[in-house]
Design a protein around this ligand. Sequence first.
Ligand SMILES: Cc1cc2nc3c(=O)[nH]c(=O)nc-3n(C[C@H](O)[C@H](O)[C@H](O)COP(=O)(O)O)c2cc1C
Ligand code: SF4
Length: 539
Amino acid sequence: MDGESPFPGQSGWNEGLTHVPQYELVLLANVGKPDSHTLAGYQASGGYATVRRVLREMAPAQVLNEVRRSNLRGRGGAGFPTGLKWSFLPAEHPGPIYLCVNADESEPGTFCNRVLLEHDPHQVLEGTILSAYATRARVAYVYLRYEYPLAMERLERAIDECYQAGLLGQNILGTPFSLDVYIHRGAGAYICGEETGLIESLEGRRAWPRIKPPFPAVEGLFRKPTVVNNVETLACVVHILQRGADWFRSIGVPPAPGDLGDPGSFGPKLYCISGHVNRPGCYEGPLGLTVRQVIEEFGGGVRHGRKVKAVVPGGLSTGVLGPDQLDTPLDFNGPVRAGCLGLGTAGVIVLDETYPMVEFLYNSCRFFAHESCGQCTPCREGTRWALDMVRRIRAGRGRLRDLDLLAEIGNSIGIIPGTTICGLADGAAWPIKTVLARFRDELETHIRTTNPSGYAATEPVPALDWSDGQPPAGGAGDGGPSPRGRALGRAETSAPPVSLPAAADPCQQGSAVAKNAPGRSPTAEVAAWPPPSPESSRG
Ligand SMILES: Cc1cc2nc3c(=O)[nH]c(=O)nc-3n(C[C@H](O)[C@H](O)[C@H](O)COP(=O)(O)O)c2cc1C
Ligand code: SF4
């Protein structure tokens, strides 16, 4: 093990596990080796050999084509095909193109980006260089979750090492290709991970997601064509170019027969497992392992020998599966077929048979109500209303009718019903919908037994006030959405703000940390291009 485990007392890696026969670690291959986070350690394992070869032997279009042929799908949650996304960039674009590395990782139950950045940051940087080369980006921003200080420290050091070794900066390895990489620390809001929220935050504003289209590939960071990719996605790019698209497609699950729109679920995947298991951690296997395999083999089974009650398959926003659904494959189709939002981040959270689902629902509603940015009324009000109802149910003042109202909220907020700008609202809805679909009996029993005189009431009931000793809405503990007042996506600033018109908003003071690229201002690249006119920018 390379230094400290991110999960003290846990094994955390695949080490010694033999349950996935013939599976050779790819993404975690270096993790656990001495100095895996240093340039020397990475190069000792063959690191940067792919960049050296690709920059000399392949044209950017060939790199893009190989990634496209691999059918790599984004690991950040939506599973969009990476090569296809890159191909949306306008050909022959004369100005800058940006690459944003999404390291915000704020989906509950998800920590695989953290493992890569802390223990193998050069793998992520090599993927970043290759992806920037393919997309013709000359500047890359790593948008890093603030709560990852060790990742920050190691990534910063890794970037410095790359500049010193000629792997970043002007004319990388003596080729015409140049790339600067900056780290930008987010301030810890979930919405900063949504790609257009991330872009807004990078520009120094609140991370309010943008209405799409235009999509970032056409108009993204600083209104220029931009690709946003997840850390794990970029790590996969290294191996696709090292071993080829055919190798990549030999791992995982092929497209569903007869489904011409399904690109399959190929390649290695990091699975996070947490909750009531014996061995929480981040593990690697081929895409398509079943939930049961992840729990039993990686997680070491349920704690205290108990049974599974419910499992979140891919981060909280994907919803829950019931105990009869443990053979669901964790590929891009499996959780959808089982009635969840999708594979998400493959962040598996296990709840054992003793855990009350009203508590799960309460935690979920608290999270999403707190994290809603407040732009869209259905999300802002719906998440808050759901939280108020679940809090009342939990406090023994629920009505059976509340479950129907919760279902109505769950079915009406989100991009899928077409009522909101971004997918946060869908993520808020799926835990509600799936808990109601699979655990309604338990909730009904809870309501009947805790509110015997009022469970059948149908008349409106006022929401609880916070005189029950809990923190008020909008407070630190159980906050409501506090819509427009929260300065989402803020962080401290070490550089003058980019002179975009909207940056005059006083709420944005102290909006971004951008580091690295020695001797350069993080905004230099932007300053070299005319800022958008006030007419063309959003206020
Ligand atoms: C509310 C919300 C939060 C998100 N958070 C993250 C995140 O923390 N990390 C991430 O990579 N993608 C996140 N995404 C997905 C991104 O919008 C985007 O699809 C992704 O970064 C694209 O990278 P990929 O194609 O490599 O997956 C989030 C999406 C939504 C709707
Ligand atoms: S869906 Fe929610 S989080 Fe997303 S933009 Fe609308 S209000 Fe903000």
